[in-house]
Ligand binder design. Sequence first.
Ligand SMILES: Cc1cc2nc3c(=O)[nH]c(=O)nc-3n(C[C@H](O)[C@H](O)[C@H](O)COP(=O)(O)OP(=O)(O)OC[C@H]3O[C@@H](n4cnc5c(N)ncnc54)[C@H](O)[C@@H]3O)c2cc1C
Length: 374
Amino acid sequence: MLSQLLYKKGIESVVLERKTRDYVLGRIRAGILEVGFVGLMREAGVSERMDKEGLVHDGAVISFGEEQFGINFKAHTGSNIVVYGQTEVTRDLYDAREAAGGKIVFSVENVVIHDADCDAPFVTYDIDGAEQHVTCDYVAGCDGFHGVSRQTIPLEVRQEFEKVYPFGWLGVLSQTPPVHKELIYASSERGFALCSMRNDKLSRYYIQCSLSDSPDDWTDAAFWKELKRRIPAEHAAKLVTGPSIEKSIAPLRSFVTEPMRWGRLFLCGDAAHIVPPTGAKGLNTAASDIHYLYHGLVDYYQSGDGEGLERYSEKALARVWKAERFSWWMTNLLHRFPDQSRFDLKMQKAEFEFLRENAGAQMVMAQNYVGLPY
Ligand SMILES: Cc1cc2nc3c(=O)[nH]c(=O)nc-3n(C[C@H](O)[C@H](O)[C@H](O)COP(=O)(O)OP(=O)(O)OC[C@H]3O[C@@H](n4cnc5c(N)ncnc54)[C@H](O)[C@@H]3O)c2cc1C
């Protein structure tokens, strides 16, 4: 995304990716785009398919056992979200970069960022057994949680904040129509479930599971049976099941590293922060980082104004922490925790009822869900 945005402003970049193109496009991940993300897709000139095929959602359903209510994002904020898979976003961006002659090098190995705290940083990597060298003005560390960028920042400079949740999400993708036109976030005695989708014929469902589970422990039949037990009976009765196309388990974690800039290296997205997926903020928070870095770079190259780059970490973190708070809050509201007391359960129920009855609380949730302003 950053590479494509910069290209539109005449700024050159090279993208290094350690996996193959096919591998990246086969990786099933996020699918809910905030209003700001949709704006970036348009600004990058890659929104044609998203505008045609993306599903516009004005709200979502929240259930607690058999009780349920809808939150209308559009009524509370004037905005909506768009359901369009992360793999489709990436495909559109790859296609656009390739059509414009952009340089994306796949299957790179041994990426090392050198001299990021000096005026002349460079990056080395191996491809087909030969070392390559890229000199540059700046390095955008967009290489995810397990990449090398964050590790490049010395430990004495870095501060890390982490919360690990005692459960994971088992996700299933299936070629079946979604059970409901809107997403259903369900809290039940047996744990959390989410009914999501990618399009009218492709559904994405999740259930809270134990961290010791493996996807092989769950047959498709066992998954569907458990999902039905966690959502209101009205929806369970309508659920269309089918073979899973993809099945995976993701552990849930909140994580932030500070600062997000070290010299000429800027951390973006999962390289700097992770959220539990409950609030659909992972991909969207990566995008807000890109917004701040993109504008900082454009201001610097077009008018010599370096303030945006100087203040990148401060601006990005201010929004990141709010997305962390919202994701943590939704996770706490909707999941069953192993050490939860009877008092804790009453608090969850009271929070659910307050949200159901209080327009102010719904507005706060809607503002966060469609995305806080950049
Ligand atoms: C299984 C899974 C399911 C998810 N589901 C959801 C969801 O439903 N909703 C949601 O909002 N978010 C979800 N997320 C989170 C969301 O996908 C991420 O927040 C988002 O992809 C972050 O984008 P990014 O560009 O920072 O990192 P990534 O998308 O991880 O991209 C980083 C890239 O860097 C590459 N890379 C890593 N190391 C190196 C290296 N050393 N050299 C070169 N390249 C390297 C990786 O191969 C990868 O392609 C999910 C994540 C996972 C893992």
